[in-house]
Design a protein around this ligand. Structure first.
Ligand code: PLP
Length: 385
């Protein structure tokens, strides 16, 4: 790629070069026995849910292009689900995308194009693509402490006032990947109100929303403006269905119309099959029960693994949603004995935080002691063995 990148492709590859995204290597073995790196729920579908998904597919008598904005049935089902959580602005509508990542990329691209902000507020630690996209769009990320802001949203105003250059947009991500930090609806309301007071566009990445008790959403905040703000969601985490590649971008008609037209230039639609399956999961009471049980299991496993890690001397900084966020400093490389099982985790560098690791514990039947021992072995110590 030449230094003078011409398109989004060149600018993104240039921004990617300075990033460790997807290249993390934490002294992983060739074939880690316990994979706690991938950020998704690994739980088997129940027979009833599988049968409902199968019936939905066999009922299809046409598999053609879908509407560029997404199947109307899925869009209605998704908005219906949001309405069940809370009252929504009347103008709120939704665009179906190929996963939350595409929805997020579209949202960030629109903000960069429309506002040409010199600065964008990005959570720290945070999901690596945010920074890549912001840099690729010729803007600069300014990091804020996602956990500190969650516990004290009043800091947000001071943070913005201190900045030499006013940011044009803020990316919110609660619950946060990788720390699990979450907000209540009241805290979310405060953050959105503060951004609005300063004329800052909100892009709220809520793909982990269902893994926090509050289920806070920026769309419920009184200051959320569908003519300016955007909310991103996905079936990947919440519905345990990352393979469907179905995501959502919720906003007002003008933004959605612009993005739908833009999207149609490079993707004719989102997979009809994925959308039909996603709609089935969204409307199935069997799936709701299955997902409730997954959330319960994830909470229990996370608490137990965190406790076990602390017992073995691995400092847990925080945990929430699908993740444990732990410190690696203090772990001495006492020489891996070569016999212990190791675990694959993600290096904190990928989230802009060296000396930490992210562990995804959302695994069916995960034994907390086995997991904690394997993590210790992977870190070089063998104290868990
Ligand atoms: C914070 C965050 N946002 C968005 C996504 C997008 O997920 P998907 O494209 O699978 O919907 C992820 C996936 O890891 C994520 O961690």
């Amino acid at each position: 790629v030449s230094a003078a990148a011409r398109t989004h492709l060149g600018r993104t590859l240039k921004a990617l070069k300075e990033s460790s995204y997807s290249t993390s290597a934490l002294r992983q073995g060739e074939a880690p026995a316990l994979d706690l790196a991938v950020g998704e729920c690994w739980f088997d579908l129940t027979a009833e849910v599988r049968s409902e998904l199968g019936s939905a597919i066999s009922a299809l008598n046409r598999i053609g292009y879908s509407h560029p904005a997404g199947e109307s049935g899925l869009r209605e089902a998704y908005l219906g689900y949001l309405h069940r959580i809370s009252f929504l602005p009347a103008e709120l509508d939704v665009l179906v995308t190929a996963g939350g990542k595409e929805a997020m990329w579209l949202a960030v691209s629109l903000a960069l194009e429309a506002d040409r902000p010199e600065r964008v507020l990005v959570p720290h630690p945070g999901w690596a693509p945010y920074e890549i996209w912001v840099r690729a769009g010729d803007s600069m990320p300014v990091w804020y402490d996602a956990a500190a802001l969650a516990s004290e949203p009043a800091r947000f105003d001071a943070l913005i006032r201190q900045m030499e250059v006013r940011p044009g947009a803020v990316i919110l991500n609660y619950p946060n990947n990788p720390t699990g930090a979450a907000v209540t609806q009241g805290q979310m309301d405060e953050l959105v109100a503060c951004a609005s007071n300063h004329g800052i566009r909100v892009i709220s990445d809520e793909v982990y929303r269902s893994f926090s008790n509050a289920r806070a959403s920026a769309t419920r905040a009184p200051a959320f403006d569908p003519a300016r703000d955007m909310m991103i969601d996905s079936c990947s985490k919440w519905l345990g269905a990352a393979g469907f590649r179905v995501g959502f971008l919720a906003s007002g008609p003008e933004i959605l119309d612009t993005l739908t037209r833009f999207r149609a230039t490079y993707a004719s639609c989102t997979s009809l099959v994925g959308q039909v399956l996603a709609e089935t999961l969204l409307q199935s009471s069997a799936a709701e029960l299955w997902l409730d049980s997954i959330r319960g299991a994830v909470d229990a496993i996370r608490g137990e693994v965190a406790k076990e890690l602390e017992r073995l001397g691995v400092p847990v900084v925080s945990h929430g949603a699908l993740y444990i966020w732990a410190r690696t400093s203090g772990i001495q490389d006492s020489g891996w004995n070569g016999r212990a099982e190791r675990a694959k985790v993600v290096d904190g560098v990928e989230f802009g935080a060296a000396g930490l690791i992210r562990i995804c514990i959302a695994r069916q039947g995960l034994d907390p002691q086995r997991a904690a021992s394997a993590i210790c072995a992977a870190l070089g110590g063998d104290r868990g063995v």
